[in-house]
Design a protein around this ligand. Structure first.
Ligand code: PRP
Ligand code: ZN
Ligand code: MG
Length: 210
C-alpha cells in the first residue's frame, strides 16, 4: 500500500494548529523534535516538517501529496496546486505599514518610496493595480525592523495580532490580502481515495468546532 506525505510548517504561526488538526483527525504520530519526518502509526501517512515557504513547491512537484499552508504563501509562490479545504485557522492579513511618525498616510504617498517585504510578487501586483510606483526591497525576514534602520520607507508583511508591528513602532494603513490556512494537494490529488478519507476526517473535525 502506498504512503501519503503531508507537509506542515516546522515552526511558526501555523505549526501548533496544524499538528492539533491532524491529531484531532485521529492520526497518531510523534510531534516534531529533531526528526523532520514523522510516520503516522495508524494511517498510511508521513508528516514532513518544512519551512512554510517551501510547502507549495513541494506539493506542486509531488514530493509531498498534501500540504497545510497559508494562502499568502501559495499566492506568493505562484504554483499550480489544488485547493482542497479551508481550515479556519491562521487568519491574518498582508498589510502595508509605516512608522508611527511617518508622513505617508495613504497609498499615493508611497509613490517614489521604498517598501521592504518577503512578498515581492503579491506586492508588485498590488502596486500595479493601484498605479503606485514604489521600489520593492525583497528581504527574507525580520521585515519589521527595516524602516527603523533606514532600509525602507514602509513594509509589507503579515499581521495577525498586530503585536510585532506595535513593538516595532509601526502602524498599518493598507490591506493587500487576507489569508488563512488551507489544505492543498498536487493537481488531481482530489481524486485519490486515501486523500478523500483524510479530507472527510478534517471536515468532521471542522464541523464539530462550529
Ligand atoms: C508573521 C509575520 C510577522 C508576524 C506577525 O510571521 O512575518 O513577523 O507573523 O504576527 P503578529 O501580528 O501576531 O505579531 P510568520 O509566523 O508567518 O512566520 P514567517 O514569516 O517566518 O514565515
Ligand atoms: Zn515563512
Ligand atoms: Mg515573520
Amino acid at each position: 500500500m502506498k504512503t501519503l506525505k503531508i507537509a506542515i510548517q516546522k515552526s511558526g504561526r501555523l505549526n501548533e494548529k496544524s499538528v492539533e488538526l491532524l491529531k484531532n483527525c485521529g492520526l497518531s504520530f510523534e510531534n516534531y523534535k529533531s526528526s523532520l519526518i514523522s510516520p503516522v502509526s495508524n494511517f498510511p501517512l508521513e508528516i514532513l516538517f518544512l519551512r512554510d515557504d517551501d510547502i507549495p513547491e513541494y506539493v506542486q512537484d509531488g514530493i509531498a501529496d498534501l500540504g497545510i499552508v497559508g494562502e499568502n504563501v501559495i499566492e506568493e509562490t505562484e504554483v499550480s496546486v489544488a485547493y482542497l479545504q479551508r481550515l479556519g485557522f491562521g487568519k491574518c492579513s498582508l498589510k502595508i505599514a509605516v512608522t508611527n511618525n511617518s508622513d505617508i498616510t495613504d497609498l499615493s504617498g508611497l509613490n517614489g518610496k521604498s517598501i521592504a517585504t518577503t512578498y515581492p510578487a503579491i506586492l508588485s501586483k498590488f502596486l500595479k493595480k493601484e498605479n503606485i510606483q514604489a521600489e520593492i526591497r525583497t528581504i527574507s525576514g525580520s521585515v519589521e525592523i527595516s524602516p527603523g534602520l533606514g532600509l525602507s520607507d514602509a513594509i509589507c508583511d503579515l499581521v495577525s495580532t498586530g503585536g510585532t508591528l506595535k513593538s516595532n513602532g509601526l502602524k498599518p494603513f493598507a490591506d493587500v490580502m487576507s489569508s488563512e490556512a488551507v489544505l492543498i494537494g498536487s493537481k488531481g490529488s482530489e481524486n485519490d481515495e486515501l486523500i478523500q478519507e483524510l479530507i472527510q476526517r478534517i471536515q468532521s473535525v471542522l464541523r464539530a468546532k462550529e
